[in-house]
Design a protein around this ligand. Sequence first.
Ligand code: SF4
Length: 375
Amino acid sequence: MPARVIPLHDARTLQPALPVAAGRSWPPGQAGSVADALGRPLRDLRISVTDRCNFRCGYCMPKQVFGKHHEFLPHAELLNFEEITRLAGVFVGLGVEKLRITGGEPLLRRHLETLIEMLAPLRTPAGRPLDLTLTTNGSMLARKAAALKAAGLQRLTVSLDGLNDAVFQRMNDVGFPVAEVLEGIRAAQAVGLGPIKVNMVVQRGVNDDQILPMARHFRGSGVVLRFIEFMDVGATNGWRMEQVLPSAEVMRRIAAEFPLVPLSSSAPGETAERWAYADGSGEVGFISSVTQAFCGDCNRARLSTEGQLYTCLFATRGHDLRGLLRGAAPVDDGQLSAAVAAVWAGRTDRYSQLRGRGAPTPDGPRRVEMHYIGG
Ligand code: SF4
């Protein structure tokens, strides 16, 4: 049965600007003291720098919906680099220690290196450097890796859903060859943008025959391969539970050939369950939002391309920060912090946990599209 495509609901309808309580200001330096309604701190900010992509992966941006007539956001509506850097500074003041640059495909944003140069000097209130990383489809990595490294990027994650060209091209739906992504990964390794992670979204009956070839290819390469369960993100990818291959099954297939041993998580709120090859030839991970939800310690916020704050990948609405930056009445960083802290403090998101328990997930407008807020 063909995937049911749900007509696109323009989730980008802007929410009214966040209220700024007169005189309410977040004392600078009160790091990490903001926790959400479930006690989860704010540690990780994903910044989407474009809603555009040169791929049309069906699980994220199906071509039937995001075809050649799809209207992307006009450039003037995107946060500019100064606005992104200012907001990032505010989030860091509230406890963020990791910035992930995403999209769409972030390398499509012109002069991205300039933004990275502006973000790299940011420090936590305790003076520590941030963990500055980026997620890319690798299509432009071979020619951009050196400049990204020179600008201050520390590491990156590449999305690659198979090694077989026919399978991969069917999934990216633009005929992009595997070889060029692999060349990009080599270029990134060569300039020291590591540790490099490779994310593979697994869809049963679509690319699960690529699990072992991918494991064989990256084992012993220094690259950490992670398998992601197919998720019901957004409202357009025709998600069905039957297409989800649980991580437990992926792990069973790999362990049958390469015995695995568990590793402890490397940071609070880490999405991947980490395992090592028992023979010491590297690490592999499993991101199981569907069968083993990890909302309990989710410390991730997302900033959309035009300045909406989302507190969950499956959110149905954002909170407009750009309105504060560009509003008639200028706001200072203390007021911005207060506005962000108020949103975070009220956060109760745990979509995957509820989905997992069969509990009714929050109703309302459709979920925001992943390519708009970054995975
Ligand atoms: S579903 Fe939402 S709350 Fe749960 S882990 Fe994902 S982003 Fe976090």
